[in-house]
Design a protein around this ligand. Structure first.
Ligand SMILES: Cc1ncc(COP(=O)(O)O)c(C=O)c1O
Length: 397
């Protein structure tokens, strides 16, 4: 079992001091690698005036304004510590604003580990049987799970319950059942249905915002949601996330409105300071995104060649600094049914073979490989050698 002792740049180190090229990258937040000097230098200056105040402060307001510059749908926002809480807050606001209860979500999307978010969730979640997963029966009555990329399935599941739907919650581009992009018309279809039934459209951009660029998935897909959640990269490793959206919807929040959300650590000056450092770094290094993309393309095309050489029928997906493939023949995943058909046993053996060669992958095949500013060409090339050897090992033994 891999037990981590430290990390630096693109590398993780185990308890015996062995180095691994890390593609987990903290499950997404580490866009700059583990220890980018601009993020970790002089951390004491961030904490010099205290770590938690429990009060609003100018840097928190300035951060909200900076985020809104890139995500204009977040007219007003509230900070939380985790993506889980951000989604919980967005859902509660949506329910209060619509005076309805039902949340529509999509199988294979992951929205954190609150009760309703876990139904048929992707990533590493295991909740096929809600009744045995610690989720109260009552919660099951207020969730509709539909197939991603399938408006017919959505319509069938919503049928007869339209007037009770508070929110349609979705990862606009999904990073939790492999990397799955929306088919043309899917997100526009969600927007249209939300408008038709009087529900709110919630985009969960906890993975995608800042991973896919400063304007996130919302700008790529060209659809404006009512509410958005962000997190992960925002803190550069420090715990901070946020939810926000249309001003009149967010007006439901206390103290002006009746919806309470809170968090002892939410909006603390250290996490907020880290978030400013992240945005400073991205704004002052516009070459970072193209640099990561070039590396990701190198990795993806290298894997494609390795598959072609061995006549393996797996599709490789790459977008920005994300690279992904599954042990399933055919086109890339379109929904969770596809993702579930990937061969788990093969992935387990591949994971072990790669670990033995100094490459750290996410342990679940639902996750993707995240690259960072710290990864270099040499890392990619070493990874490709390891992938070739690992494929030969698992397909010949
Ligand atoms: C899309 C998405 N939303 C929400 C979350 C939950 O965020 P957190 O782990 O910070 O609670 C995750 C975590 O992986 C995520 O991928």
């Amino acid at each position: 079992m891999f037990v981590q002792a430290s990390a630096r740049g693109a590398y993780a180190y185990d308890e015996h001091g062995r180095r691994y090229i890390d593609y987990i990258m903290g499950y997404g937040p580490l866009l700059f690698g583990h220890t980018h000097p601009a993020l970790v230098a002089d951390l004491d200056t961030l904490a010099a005036s205290g770590w938690i105040w429990g009060t609003t402060h100018p840097e928190e307001i300035r951060l909200a304004e900076r985020i809104r510059n890139y995500l204009p749908a977040m007219e007003r926002m509230r900070f939380t510590s985790t993506g889980t809480e951000a989604v919980m807050g967005a859902v509660r606001v949506a329910r209060a604003s619509t005076r309805r209860s039902i949340v529509v979500k999509f199988a294979g999307n992951y929205h954190g580990h609150s009760d309703l978010a876990l139904f048929d969730a992707g990533a590493s979640a295991h909740t096929d049987d809600a009744s045995r997963s610690g989720i109260p029966y009552g919660v099951t009555q207020d969730v509709i799970v539909a197939r991603y990329n399938d408006l017919d399935d959505l319509d069938a599941k919503m049928n007869g319950r339209e007037g009770d739907i508070a929110a349609i919650l979705v990862e606009p581009i999904v990073g939790n059942m492999g990397y799955v992009t929306p088919v043309p018309g899917f997100l526009a279809g969600l927007r249209a249905r939300a408008d038709r039934v009087g529900a709110l459209l919630v985009f969960d951009e906890v993975i995608t915002w800042l991973r896919l660029g400063l304007h996130g998935a919302s700008a790529i897909v060209g659809i404006t949601p009512d509410l958005v959640t962000v997190g992960k990269i925002l803190g550069g490793g420090a715990p901070i996330a946020a939810f926000g959206g249309r001003a009149e919807v967010m007006a439901e929040l206390a103290p002006a409105g009746r919806v309470f959300t809170g968090g002892t650590h939410a909006g603390n000056p250290v996490s907020v300071g880290m978030a400013h450092r992240v945005l400073d770094l991205l704004e002052s290094h516009p070459h970072y995104y193209p640099q990561m993309e070039t590396l990701a393309e190198r990795l993806a095309s290298g894997i494609r060649s390795l598959f072609a050489d061995r006549a393996l029928p797996y599709a490789v997906v790459q977008h920005a600094s994300i690279v992904d493939f599954k042990f399933r023949a055919g086109e890339p995943n379109r929904n969770y049914d596809d993702a579930r058909r990937a061969d788990k046993e093969l992935y387990r053996r591949y994971y072990d073979a790669m670990l033995a060669r100094g490459i750290l992958l996410p342990p679940s095949q639902n996750e993707v490989m995240f690259l960072s500013v710290a990864h270099a060409e040499g890392d990619i090339d070493a990874t490709l050698v390891a992938i070739g050897e690992s494929l030969d090992e698992i397909f010949t033994s």
